[in-house]
Design a binder for this molecule. Structure first.
Ligand SMILES: [Zn+2]
Length: 228
């Protein structure tokens, strides 16, 4: 039993990424308290939810939802920081699995053909060592029983930081930065596009529009978290 515990300690962090407490036997990824306090949105159960509303008048996503509420300096922010920057991408995979189990309760049959993570620009992926969204996609894929691919879309340009830009400037900044690279994965497919946090939604809008223009039948989006 100890060997098994040690094995899993290698895969998942030994400290809760939300509060820093040591993870006890029988807990996975988060300590029991943080797991209980995880601010789930439940948006996948509501067709007209705040994530859908973000895109009114911009793009028609078939379904749009996020797993968690993101608050600055909240536990989701702490978890996502470990996931993105501290070389612990498996956090995203576990959260993807938990989210997918909830999604399975609300969608039958599963309406999507393929899961596509928003790609990073190659130079950013090299710097970080991985695209965190691939792990979230893999977690969803395993439970939902549909394939995921990071070969369908490439990011051709680096976008600049969005923080000090107006809505219009943000849109211009990410317009035309994605390209379809495998038509067979896109054409006539209902695509579930995934990303980590939605803020303005400009990146998802841009990539989603490109997929529709490239022949996708429908595009839905699922993100790990959504900011107000
Ligand atoms: Zn904790």
């Amino acid at each position: 039993m100890k060997a098994l515990y040690d094995f899993f300690s290698l895969i998942y962090p030994v400290n809760c990424p939300a509060c820093g407490k040591a993870i006890a036997k029988g807990e996975t990824l988060l300590c029991t308290i943080c797991r209980y306090e995880l601010p789930e949105t439940g948006y996948h159960k509501v067709q007209q939810n705040p994530v859908v509303q973000k895109f009114y008048g911009r793009i028609k996503f078939e379904f749009a939802f996020s797993y968690l509420h993101f608050h600055k300096s909240g536990i989701v922010q702490a978890i996502l920081h470990q996931y993105k920057y501290r070389n612990q991408p498996e956090i995203g995979e576990k959260l993807g699995e938990w989210f997918a189990l909830d999604i399975l309760d609300s969608f039958s049959p599963i309406p999507w053909d393929v899961i596509i993570p928003i790609p990073l620009h190659r130079s950013n992926e090299k710097k970080r060592g991985y695209n965190q969204s691939n792990y979230f996609a893999a977690g969803l894929s395993g439970i939902l029983g549909i394939p995921w691919s990071d070969k369908a879309v490439i990011r051709t340009m680096k976008s600049e930081t969005q923080t000090h830009k107006s809505k219009m400037e943000r849109w211009k900044n990410v317009k035309d930065i994605f390209e379809a690279s495998d038509a067979a994965l896109i054409n006539s497919k209902h695509i579930l596009l995934v990303d980590d946090v939605i803020t303005t939604g400009a990146t998802l809008e841009s990539c989603g529009q490109m997929l529709l223009d490239a022949g996708a039948a429908k595009v839905s989006i699922a993100t790990l978290a959504t900011a107000r």
